[in-house]
Design a protein around this ligand. Structure first.
Ligand code: UDP
Length: 194
């Protein structure tokens, strides 16, 4: 694994195309992966919050935010471009379209979530959207949500609940969720819903 360390957080140095290649290969091999698109805010937060640091140490972390690219440059580490959640989502959906992968969309408001599911289904007809639900639920509902996702066993699970909440949620349930690639995508569903 090619890694740069920014304030203790290990970042992939593979760039956008290399990251997509890595992730597609991991999915084909059924290798469970939590992708975190990390910006300077989450790196700073991880300095104070040990549980978040532990999550980042276990994840495939990509440089979101130009501040990470600059920090790498100052420390002479080979990160040359940003890798954003929305761009990765689109590239992974294109791969899902080609491979008929199963996709689950969790997060955003009910309206945005439904619209995002409709638009992605239309744009990537080969991808199988096996489930979608909004990101406003009570903690007591979580076991049922986790069970539903585990039953559907998606290749891709996108979680749009804001950073770092989405990544803490993924880390908490990653062993129970029968998903291969899990990624927090922030406000991406809002962007896709238009
Ligand atoms: N969201 C959610 N559940 C929550 C809080 C937020 O589903 O409890 C959604 C919100 O509707 C939006 C996304 O999470 O779609 C957060 O987007 P934002 O751009 O704020 O993400 P960030 O930049 O904080 O990662």
């Amino acid at each position: 694994k090619q890694v740069a360390t920014i304030l203790g957080v290990p970042f992939s140095t593979r760039g956008f195309a290399g990251t997509v290649d890595d992730l597609v290969e991991r999915i084909e091999n059924g290798r469970k992966t939590h992708v975190v698109t990390a910006n300077p805010e989450i790196v700073m937060l991880a300095r104070e919050k040990r549980s978040l640091r532990a999550i980042l140490e276990q994840a495939y972390v990509v440089p979101d935010g130009i501040g990470i690219v600059y920090a790498a440059r100052w420390t002479k580490q080979p990160i040359n471009e940003r890798v954003t959640g929305i761009d990765l989502l689109e590239a992974l959906m294109a791969a899902a379209d080609r491979h008929q992968w199963k996709v689950y969309l969790l997060g955003a408001s009910p309206e945005v979530n439904r619209l995002a599911a409709e638009k992605l289904a239309a744009r990537y007809p080969g991808a199988r959207i096996v489930g979608y639900r909004d990101g406003y639920f009570q903690q007591g509902e979580e076991p049922a949500i986790v069970e539903e996702i585990a039953e559907k066993a998606p290749h891709l699970l996108f979680v749009a609940m804001g950073s770092p909440k989405q990544d803490e949620w993924i880390a908490k349930y990653r062993d129970q969720l029968q998903a291969i690639l899990m990624m927090g995508v922030g406000g991406s569903f809002d962007v896709i819903a238009g």
